[in-house]
Design a protein around this ligand. Structure first.
Ligand code: HAM
Length: 416
């Protein structure tokens, strides 16, 4: 037997219904915020992620699915959505004549070669969105608002935003030096990964999972103490806006995020002490890094797996339809003919209708009525059909109504 790959899973049954519900809620919300839907390819040139996500990030160094295609090109399955969207933005020269921000959202499969565990898979879906062209702090607030309200609408009322600022390039470089000097004399007390990060990406030491409780990390210099005046003002202004918008947040000075492209605002959405349900931030240098002009960007992505797990753990009611509107029972050829066109007609009028496709007898079809949890049923019979009539039965109250074939839609419309 061929089985599925480690870290992948099939989506069907109740999980499929839950995901479709989450999809519908999120997509409708994005439309309200006036973001347009975008799909980008699953595979891209490896260089896009090396340059975009960053050569020193864990994602690129340890987690990408890289391969050579038959034309000997280096290809990578996308580990995240932002780099592909930036590639699209640059390739289509959407930066020309920007009078309003370009805003897009996506809902795509991502691939990371991680150690699978609950809420962490090798193939997973991210819902995310990106905004290009605005460097305003109000744009950061809008992105955080869209992220926060998505979780609220899904019934996760207790989510909180963890917020930090990495400052502009000057502040970030400054802080980087301070960190290297702080960690260097103590680096042997930290894990091997941290030792490798010292010169390449010292900010990542701050959110090391292995050494999270180490005093060395806890007492490390804080980003916000090294922001220049402008970056500091910007961060304070963002907090004022979030307060005004009633978005609960907590400044977490150790939050640096795992991708190299951020500056200024970084944030994650968390529930209690759990891992991040989503994360994002501002990336003003990324468009330029990927070959475009200097255009600011900001965005966010949510993992579906973790969000749905959190909904289940918090016993959020997820509406799952487990019933049908009508089951049409038919045995003879004429009954089956009527069932065929009536089923189509009623389905096109908006009802969920089933009929027998297994040549079962009436007894077997009544069992299907129960299995499908049908609200109404019609037992077709040749005698009634000769008069163009049917008897519609309410499966709960057992009340019956004799109707002409042409009146079924109206009757169901007024009674459902
Ligand atoms: P990220 O923090 O790497 O950011 O991923 C965002 C979210 O994707 C995570 O918070 C988590 O919910 C989910 N996720 C990540 N890895 C896995 C996994 N292996 N299994 C299941 N879920 C996972 C980004 O990807 C950025 N592109 C976000 C962004 C958009 N920043 C700006 N714009």
């Amino acid at each position: 037997m061929i089985t599925k790959q480690k870290g992948t899973y099939d989506v069907y049954g109740d999980l499929a219904k839950k995901r479709m519900y989450v999809n519908d809620v999120l997509n409708a919300l994005c439309e309200k915020f006036n973001y347009g839907y975008i799909e980008t390819p699953v595979f891209e040139a490896s260089e896009l992620f090396h340059r975009g996500v960053g050569d020193t990030s864990d994602i690129v160094t340890k987690e990408t699915y890289d391969f050579k295609d038959r034309g000997e090109r280096s290809i990578t399955l996308r580990p995240e959505g932002t780099a592909g969207v930036v590639r699209w933005f640059v390739e289509n020269k959407l930066y020309g004549n920007m009078t309003d921000p370009v805003k897009v959202y996506y809902n795509q499969k991502m691939y990371r070669y991680e150690r699978p565990q609950s809420g962490r898979n090798r193939e997973f879906t991210q819902w995310g969105f990106e905004m290009f062209g605005s460097d305003s702090v109000e744009a950061d607030a809008e992105v955080i608002s869209l992220a926060y309200n998505a979780y609220k609408l899904l019934g996760l009322d207790d989510v909180k935003i963890k917020l930090n600022s990495l400052g502009d390039t000057e502040s970030r470089n400054n802080y980087r030096e301070v960190l290297i000097n702080y960690f260097r004399p103590r680096i042997n007390e930290l894990c091997e990964d941290c030792q490798n990060r010292l010169e390449k990406n010292p900010l990542r030491i701050l959110d090391c999972k292995v050494d999270a409780d180490s005093e060395i990390i806890k007492n490390a210099p804080k980003t916000i103490d090294y922001l220049n005046e402008e970056s500091k003002k910007r961060f304070e202004r963002l907090q004022e806006l979030l307060d005004l918008m009633d978005i609960p947040f907590e400044v977490d000075t150790n939050l640096v995020r795992g991708l190299d492209y951020y500056n200024h605002t970084v944030f994650e959405v968390v529930l209690g002490d759990s891992y991040a349900l989503g994360g994002g931030g501002r990336y003003n240098g990324l468009v330029e890094t990927l070959g475009g002009p200097s255009v600011p960007g900001v965005g966010f992505a949510m993992g579906y797996d973790r969000t749905i797990l959190a909904m289940e753990e918090n016993e959020v009611h997820i509406p799952i339809n487990d019933s049908i509107d009508l089951y049409i029972l038919a045995v003879s050829d004429t009954e089956k003919e009527t069932a065929a066109y009536l089923t189509q007609d009623l389905r096109l009028n908006g009802f969920i209708v089933e009929t027998d496709l297994m040549n079962k007898g009436l007894k077997g079809q009544f069992k299907s009525v129960d299995r499908f949890n049908a609200k109404y049923l019609i037992v077709l019979n040749d005698e009634d059909l000769a008069k163009n009539e049917v008897v519609l039965k309410d499966n709960k109250t057992k009340e019956e109504e004799r109707l002409s074939l042409t009146d079924i839609v109206d009757y169901l419309d007024t009674h459902m």
